[in-house]
Design a protein around this ligand. Structure first.
Ligand code: SF4
Ligand code: SF4
Length: 154
């Protein structure tokens, strides 16, 4: 890799070190949303309900190191998942790189700020309710289309 090249521009997902893999996540939090599946079509829809371990104020997992112990169905994302999962948002950095696309300006690796994903309106920060506070029977009331493009700045 040349000195001016960035790892996310040159490496495939399979070639990333574990530290680089973690850095590639933009911190949008959308994979922590509870999803609903249409039993007839198999289509998967986002809600505005988040995992009970998700901290809406920081947009982070409250116990990232122990997440698999505390939430057995938390996804341990890997390149194979990125290739196969249909519900990852189009903005997901892993999906973009898998498709050979560049990271957007608001990605923290590009902007240099961990806040840019929130400022661009891509993250779910302060926009969800915890699954702990929702009756599972009413999840259908929380269907939500999250934006795939950064909001325009004023
Ligand atoms: S959707 Fe992708 S980029 Fe966003 S938090 Fe999940 S893994 Fe990271
Ligand atoms: S356990 Fe943590 S990382 Fe996994 S879905 Fe819940 S909040 Fe997200």
């Amino acid at each position: 890799m040349k000195p001016d090249e960035k790892f996310w521009q040159t490496k495939t997902l399979e070639e990333l070190t574990s530290i680089e893999w973690e850095k590639l996540c933009d911190g949008c939090g959308r994979c922590c949303l509870v999803k609903l599946e249409d039993e007839d079509t198999g289509a998967i829809y986002d809600t505005s309900v988040a995992c009970h371990l998700f901290d809406s104020a920081t947009c982070r997992c409250k116990d990232y190191d122990n997440r698999f112990k505390k939430v057995p169905d938390c996804l341990d994302l890997d390149p194979e998942h990125v290739r196969k999962l249909t519900w990852l948002p189009d903005t997901c950095a892993y999906k973009l790189r898998m498709e050979g696309k560049p990271l957007p300006d608001w990605h923290p690796l590009v902007s240099g700020s961990s806040q840019s994903v929130h400022e661009a309106g891509i993250s779910i920060k302060l926009a969800t309710i915890s699954e702990a506070d929702v009756d599972p029977e009413t999840l259908g009331d929380y269907l939500c289309d999250w934006p795939d493009e950064a909001k325009q700045s004023d």
